[in-house]
Design a protein around this ligand. Structure first.
Ligand code: ADP
Ligand code: 5GP
Length: 206
């Protein structure tokens, strides 16, 4: 396990600010690599294909699913989202740390196969603020807003499945906390067994 990269999974209710926090994190941590998901959702203004998501139609998504190309996938708010398996496995096997920003259903699937992953749940400082953030983003109709906001209440119950909770009161503070979590996880003894072997093997006792 020591030479493998860390798999960091971030989830939380829609509008909490996961995307915003992850973008800052990726800017500041050059050794962290985002897994770009595949989705059947329509791009929002400013979203770039291949960077924000790989935007595909339902037929293509189902074809990828049939070919077992997803590490996990889920239907979220009427659209499909999936994590490309090959990219994540290649990165982890070459010792690089990978960040997944996925929903709870997906995170639970990943947890089944990657018990060693780091599961972080990001929450808003209050439900009132969550409401404001979803509205501020301006990406939802009244109907989709309702679905996302109401789902948030159920989603909060899943926080016990995660290893860490981070309140996104300020993007800077949330980002610092996630960086601290990553640092601590990298320092875990069980993740550094190669280091001990190298230290012991490097010199004879005097
Ligand atoms: P998510 O990815 O969780 O759905 P976004 O990153 O799209 O959420 O953020 C939703 C909205 O909230 C955006 O308009 C974003 O600018 C804003 N936002 C994110 N984090 C904060 C914060 N800490 N304080 C205030 N606004 C925030
Ligand atoms: P949005 O449409 O706001 O970009 O994302 C909606 C939800 O889908 C968010 O909770 C986001 O974390 C989740 N999501 C994004 N990519 C994936 C993915 O690859 N798999 C799963 N399961 N969820 C995803």
């Amino acid at each position: 396990m020591g030479s493998k990269g860390l798999l960091i999974v971030i989830s939380g209710p829609s509008g909490t600010g996961k995307g915003t926090v992850c973008r800052k994190l990726l800017k500041e941590c050059k050794d962290l690599h985002l897994s770009v998901s595949v989705t059947t959702r329509q791009p929002r203004p400013g979203e770039i294909d291949g960077k924000s998501y790989f935007f595909v139609d339902k037929e293509k998504f189902m074809e990828m699913k049939e070919r077992n190309q997803f590490l996990e996938y889920a239907e979220v708010y009427g659209n499909y989202y999936g994590t490309p398996k090959e990219y994540v496995l290649n990165m982890l096997n070459s010792g690089r740390d990978v960040l997944l920003e996925i929903d709870i259903q997906g995170a639970l699937q990943v947890k089944e196969t990657f018990r060693d992953g780091v599961f972080i749940f990001v929450v808003p400082p209050s439900m009132e603020e969550l409401k404001n953030r979803i509205i501020k983003r301006g990406s939802e109709t009244q109907e989709t807003f309702k679905t996302r906001f109401n789902s948030a209440f159920n989603e909060l119950e899943y926080c016990v499945q995660y290893n860490y909770v981070v309140i996104n009161d300020s993007v800077v503070k949330a980002c610092e906390k996630i960086k601290a979590i990553i640092t601590a996880e990298r320092c875990k003894v069980r993740r550094n067994m190669d280091l001990f072997a190298a230290l012991r093997g490097g010199m004879q006792k005097t």
